[in-house]
Write a protein that binds this ligand. Structure first.
Ligand code: UN1
Length: 454
């Protein structure tokens, strides 16, 4: 079978076609990575830090080319693609400092001379499975902490983003990473499960269904695993909010990169008197979103699924407030869409659709808004729009999402803070920040006692 990635804005433009390498190729990449790992650890903190810093430099030096490749391969609007490239080099630079961070603690013995030490050591080979929507940033926020802590890496990118991942590996190698320390193996389900079946630590970002299977398979082998799955993210708007600004933030979170982020807003919850003005402002904001913000969705199947869901919601009694159409043009475009009166059990109100589509709910008060926001297993990111500090703090206490953003879009993350959701949205240790350094290492206890002690 051939893996083909094509331009979502112009499907006739084939970006890359490669043969699927098969499960055996993955296993042999893992074996080579395992052989390379000892030398990578032995090279020391200074060498690892310098190598990661050179990768950041290489990304900066090729920023224009990388942004253009992201635009072409996964249809991300140029401004966001540039932002992603800048974020990616910042991630490598941030983790370039990590090899020098303290790797443990010193304790006193219970009695007598000696030192008791804790120490964090790498697992071995990190098997990374990444999605297509952040084709440089997500592979990097998995690979950089894994490499910094002395693991070697085998990455299987999403087929739709194969060219971006291969280019990242090329740049890493041109920056002087030793051979087999960071390998990209293109592939689909077969290669992904071979990787989960052989790596020493597994990190996955993608759909809930595949993620659950990855977690099961890794757990069965006794291998540490983290999974970042879908989000069904809400934006809560209180009557005291700056409604015009809230509408702008929410429109960006609904339609930015066509809603193809696990942190995108798909449910807007208007509280009390916020409802009328917010509805009006949001319709206006979504109607004026253009290609520079939204862009196409990834493929024909994604577009059809969105169009069908909107159609079936309308048949079930929903009101189309804006959008809903498919522009007459090449590429997989869907208009930014807002619906009201969507039946509570309709899939559009319950499942992640990964498109520029949101559902508007009206509720009486903050309690009802929080209850509705929490009524999902996919609790990843929630935004709260209010001028009241009391409301912001109450919401931060009672919302169960992994990330709560006050007066900001639900999408957008800080790579130096932990990233992840609650309930069904995430599994295992948080990604990013220092949490990632814990995930890619395991604790050892070392007792250093004077010679001759029994
Ligand atoms: C962002 O909101 O900038 O797959 C990042 C995703 C998330 C990343 C979101 N893991 O969409």
């Amino acid at each position: 079978m051939t893996i083909t990635s094509s331009n979502p804005a112009d499907p006739a433009d084939v970006v890359l076609a490669v043969e699927e390498p098969g499960a055996e190729a993955v296993r042999s990449a893992v074996l080579r990575a395992r052989a390379a790992q000892r030398g990578w650890v032995a090279a020391g903190a200074g060498a690892r830090s310098a190598a990661l810093g050179r990768i950041a430099d290489a990304i900066d030096a090729h920023a224009g080319e990388l942004a253009a490749l992201i635009v072409r391969e996964v249809g991300k609007p140029l401004a966001e693609a540039r932002g992603e490239v800048a974020r990616t080099s910042a991630i490598w630079r941030y983790y370039a400092q990590a090899p020098y961070a303290a790797a443990g603690e010193v304790h006193e013995t219970a009695g007598g001379p000696g030192l008791l030490l804790t120490r964090r050591r790498p697992h071995g080979v990190a098997g990374l499975i990444a999605p297509w929507n952040f084709p440089l940033a997500i592979p990097s926020w998995k690979a950089a902490p894994a490499l910094a802590t002395g693991n070697t890496v085998v990455l299987k990118p999403a087929p739709e983003a194969t060219a971006c991942a291969l280019r990242l590996a090329e740049l890493a190698s041109s920056a002087g990473l030793p051979e087999d320390v960071f390998t990209v193996v293109p592939g689909g389900a077969e290669e992904g499960s071979a990787l989960v079946g052989t790596a020493d630590v597994v990190s996955f970002t993608g759909s809930t269904g595949v993620g659950r299977a990855v977690v099961r398979a890794a757990t069965e082998r006794g291998v540490p695993v983290q999974a970042e799955l879908g989000g069904l993210n809400a934006a809560l708007v209180l009557p005291d909010a700056d409604i015009a600004l809230a509408a702008e933030h929410i429109a960006a979170a609904v339609a930015g990169y066509a809603g193809q982020k696990c942190t995108a807003t798909s449910r807007v919850i208007a509280v009390g008197a916020a409802h009328g003005p917010l509805r009006e402002a949001l319709v206006k904001a979504l109607a004026s979103v253009d290609d520079a913000v939204c862009g196409p969705v990834i493929g024909a199947a994604a577009r059809d699924r969105l169009v069908d869901a909107v159609g079936s919601a309308v048949e079930a009694g929903a009101t189309l407030l804006v959008g809903g159409g498919v522009p007459e043009r090449a590429g997989w475009y869907v208009e930014p869409t807002l619906l009201a009166d969507v039946p509570a059990e309709h899939p559009l109100a319950r499942e992640e659709f990964f498109g520029p589509v949101a559902v508007l709910h009206a509720v009486a008060d903050l309690d009802a808004a929080i209850e509705l926001a929490n009524d999902t297993p996919h609790s990843l990111a929630t935004s709260v729009h209010t001028r009241s500090l009391d409301v912001a703090l109450a919401a931060a206490d009672r919302l169960d999402a992994g990330m709560i953003r006050v007066n900001a879009p639900s999408s957008g993350v800080d790579f130096h803070l932990p990233f992840g959701g609650t309930k069904g949205a995430s599994h295992g240790e948080r990604e990013q920040g220092r949490a990632a350094l814990d995930f890619y290492t395991v604790g050892r206890t070392v007792s250093v006692l004077p010679g001759g002690s029994l």
